[in-house]
Write a protein that binds this ligand. Structure first.
Ligand code: BYC
Length: 316
């Protein structure tokens, strides 16, 4: 009973800190569910960055010129960095990195649905930067104010880099859209294929989102999935118009009264199917990650042997 009371008191103080916008740091007391929610979200986010390298990595050798190649290489490298900050942030909550990665490989842990779609043309690099990184920024800027300190701080740098990623994607799309009819058609085709999956990145509708309410109370999330999706639609449609591309949604209208675009129904069956592992590339993505881990075993062994040798030399 006394123990219960003290936990109640701890929870009360914890929530007071959250309400006052005081950051929670790794050594602070926190409810177990808060810790588990953060480990789930941060590790899913880390996996998304690492798996997210694959669809673009696929095009590094086929970039149309040296400038585009160098930019794409830098972007994919940034994504590896984001994954590493995020795995480290999850470790500050007590998550074991090896276990976290094994959960991805076994299918236990999720990663963003968007990365289970194939990249069929060079224009897909434009669509990913413009739409996928654009959606990621919309979601991640509020995460810079997340109540958990290490996650919030990691997001500050991630967002700066994402903003460069978004602009390079938009630049590719704008360039193609002003090019030959074939290039414009390629840009339109990429937009057609990535538009709806990009809207799905924000997660299920609020009514179906099981974690949002609690995550908002804890200030892990600052906006609901539908709020962020709407913001993304509102900023992206004028960008498409500016470069002369058409959003593939026949129900899209601008509501003068609300000042927002109204858009068609998302195919939620497709979303859940992809989240459950049945998207066009889920198997390929996980197989690639598993192979990377197996192929890198000798590097980890060599690094450990070297560290061991140095340690022994030091203590000798
Ligand atoms: N895909 O209650 P909900 C990037 C799951 S990488 C798959 O709304 P929550 C980039 C959700 O996990 C950007 N699963 O959940 C990298 C939950 O399942 P569990 C990645 C999804 O957490 C390389 C269930 O559905 N960004 O930018 O409140 C190249 C119910 O959902 C998805 C992040 O990870 C999805 N789209 O809200 C280019 C941001 N959506 O765990 C770019 C951090 C939902 O109960 N994460 N689910 O089994 C978040 O902000 C939130 O976790 C979400 C979901 C908004 C994604």
């Amino acid at each position: 009973m006394v123990k219960d009371l003290s936990i109640q008191e701890l929870e009360k103080r914890f929530q007071e800190k959250i309400d006052k916008d005081i950051k929670i740091e790794p050594n602070d007391w926190m409810p177990d569910d808060y810790r588990q929610t953060l480990i789930r979200q941060i590790s899913q986010h880390a996996h998304s960055e690492i798996v997210g390298m694959l669809p673009e990595g696929n095009w590094i050798t086929r970039a149309p010129n040296l400038r585009r190649k160098a930019v794409l290489l830098a972007k994919v490298q940034d994504e590896a960095g984001h994954g590493l900050y995020l795995y480290s942030a999850a470790e500050t909550l007590g998550a074991d990195r090896e276990e976290t990665i094994d959960d991805l490989h076994s299918g236990k842990a999720k990663y963003s649905s968007i990365f289970n779609y194939p990249t069929l043309s060079w224009a897909d690099m434009g669509a990913i930067g413009w739409l996928v990184d654009g959606a990621a920024i919309m979601n991640q800027v509020p995460l810079c104010r997340c109540s958990y300190g290490p996650y919030a701080r990691a997001m500050v740098r991630v967002c700066k880099e994402e903003s460069f990623h978004q602009r390079q994607g938009f630049e590719i799309m704008a360039h193609l859209a002003q090019g030959s009819p074939e290039q414009k058609a390629m840009a339109q085709d990429a937009l057609n294929r990535f538009w709806w999956p990009a809207l799905m990145m924000f997660g299920p509708n609020d009514a179906e989102s099981k974690h949002t309410l609690q995550s908002m109370n804890w200030k892990i999330k600052r906006h609901t999935n539908d709020e962020l999706r709407q913001q993304f639609v509102d900023v992206t449609i004028p960008q498409a118009e500016m470069i002369g591309l058409t959003i593939p949604d026949k129900d899209l209208i601008f509501n003068e009264l609300t000042g927002h675009y109204e858009f068609g129904e998302i195919n939620w069956d497709e979303f859940w199917n992809v989240v459950k592992g049945n998207g066009p590339c889920n198997k390929d993505r996980i197989d690639t990650r598993k192979k990377a881990k197996e192929d890198g075993a000798w590097v980890r062994e060599a690094a450990l042997a070297f560290a061991d040798k140095r340690q022994k030399r030091k203590s000798a």
